[in-house]
Design a protein around this ligand. Structure first.
Ligand SMILES: [Ca+2]
Ligand SMILES: [Ca+2]
Ligand SMILES: [Ca+2]
Length: 479
């Protein structure tokens, strides 16, 4: 019994032992699977002060411990991307991307580094896209999206940094470039677009920075001086930001480069250019607005720049329903906002398919209505959004207002289908309801109180027997 019992215990133990082994094996397999899963998401990667890349398996190549080149795309989760701890180095992304999950640092430094260049990298989904501290560093031609701060340049106190931030594209982030307690930086030729807060933000204790030749486009505000003063800002293009500039308390900055070099281009500047000279009181225009662009008493662009500017203000179809194969009129209002004679093309399209292209000339500061007869023969049944686009002419800076889309769409349907059980509403088929509706509107013209242009199927300015005949010819047809 005892033996059996012991034997039984022994069997049970063996069984348990086997189960335990199996369980441990399972855990092992599971952790391997997890490790395999983690291999994709690497980071943080360090460029250590001694020049080594840590971990060595990271896709970064260096031959001389000076230039470090990214050789593959990187995805990181819950970690920084690449942290640079070495001075006097160039990090070249070579066009590869670093993808994060919304927090941490994409690439950069936590220390006050010296002479670090970060270039040619696509960075998306980090708290700080590029974090650049210290001095004499360069952030060049990177593309950054979905960051809290696209590029953060910090020093920690208001001392000189001499960093250069140039040629970067930063879009769809919170702030594009944030300069924090950092002086004597150059911020040039960057494109800052669609950022929720500011394009460029100069936080307190940031002074003597130069901001030039940047495009600040459709941000909440283009540039913000949050109590920062004595910064120089000129030759930038401010295009359709909700607020072109935000100036916090106790900020006084230079918003132009004197005369005749000039200040900035502001898409909401509506001054004229008739005069010239430092006081804009001499005869002859000089491509500088005659009146200053005033933000407040301490922030004035004395010499706002003037460039050619064409715009399409409106596109309106004359019908909302058109029979396929028949023509309808589309009107667009095109305006030359500045005092330059311009010859350019106007292109009309329906759902991005070009309908027509016409060349025209507009002399200084004039507006005109361009009318197009759209022949719908080659278009299939369906709803169409109409658009009119004018060329961007030489030296034109504001290209954002050169197109306009119709608010209402146009339905191309069966000729004669202009009604249904709801009068005047098409239903994708032509039947007695359409004929009855055309009879009700018989003989109406544009001057008639009950005129409905959709009922004028053949587009000749009157609802006549011809329109009824078209409906009869298409009787029982449907889309
Ligand atoms: Ca002038
Ligand atoms: Ca324009
Ligand atoms: Ca109908």
């Amino acid at each position: 019994m005892e033996i059996n019992c012991n034997g039984g215990e022994s069997e049970l133990f063996k069984k348990l032992h086997f189960q335990l082994l199996f369980f441990l094996l399972l855990i092992g397999l599971f952790s391997m699977v997890v490790n395999v899963g983690r291999v994709k998401a690497i980071g943080p990667i360090y460029i250590r002060a001694d020049g080594t890349v840590d971990p060595p398996s990271a896709p970064i190549f260096t031959a001389d411990n000076v230039t470090y080149v990214l050789t593959d795309n990187i995805t990181v989760i819950d970690a920084d991307g690449i942290i640079i701890e070495r001075n006097n180095v160039v990090f070249d992304g070579a066009g590869y991307s670093i993808q994060g999950a919304g927090t941490w640092v994409g690439i950069g430094t936590y220390s006050l580094s010296v002479n670090v260049t970060i270039q040619n990298t696509q960075i998306t989904g980090f708290y700080d896209g590029i974090r650049c501290g210290g001095r004499n560093s360069t952030v060049l031609r990177n593309r950054i999206t979905a960051a809290q701060y696209g590029i953060l340049d910090f020093k920690g106190s208001n001392i000189s940094s001499y960093n250069i931030i140039s040629g970067n594209i930063i879009a769809d982030s919170f702030d594009g470039i944030l300069i924090y307690r950092s002086c004597d930086n150059m911020i040039s030729e960057n494109l800052l677009e669609n950022n929720q807060d500011g394009g460029i933000v100069l936080a307190p204790l940031s002074s003597n920075n130069t901001v030039t030749r940047n495009n600040l486009t459709r941000n909440n505000y283009g540039i913000g001086f949050l109590g920062s003063s004595r910064n120089n800002m000129y030759h930038n293009n401010f295009l359709h930001n909700t607020h072109q500039i935000y100036v916090g308390a106790a900020a006084a900055n230079f918003l132009d480069d004197g005369y005749p070099s000039g200040g900035n281009y502001w898409s909401d500047y509506n001054g004229t250019d008739v005069f010239s000279g430092v006081y804009q009181n001499e005869t002859g225009k000089d491509r500088i607005g005659d009146a200053p662009y005033v933000v407040d008493a301490y922030n004035v662009d004395r010499f706002p720049l003037i460039f050619p500017d064409l715009t399409v203000n409106d596109v309106s179809p004359c019908k909302t329903v058109v029979g396929r194969g028949y023509a309808m009129q589309i009107n667009a209002t095109v305006q030359n906002l500045q005092d330059f004679n311009e010859t350019f093309n106007v292109v009309f399209s329906a759902n991005m398919t070009i309908i027509n292209e016409t060349q025209m000339t507009l002399t200084n500061i004039t507006s005109t209505t361009v009318t197009l007869l759209w022949n719908t023969s080659s278009f299939v049944y369906g709803n169409y959004t109409l658009e009119a686009i004018v060329d961007v002419v030489a030296e034109e800076v504001d290209y954002l207002n050169n197109n306009c889309t119709s608010i209402i769409s146009v339905h191309v349907g069966v000729p004669g289908d202009v009604s249904s059980s709801t009068q005047g509403v098409y239903d994708m088929k032509c039947d007695m309801k359409d004929i009855a509706y055309l009879v009700i509107l018989f003989n109406t013209k544009p001057t008639s109180p009950n005129w409905n242009p959709n009922a004028d199927v053949d587009n000749n300015g009157v609802v006549s027997m011809i329109d009824i005949a078209i409906a009869i010819l298409n009787f029982n047809k449907h889309e």
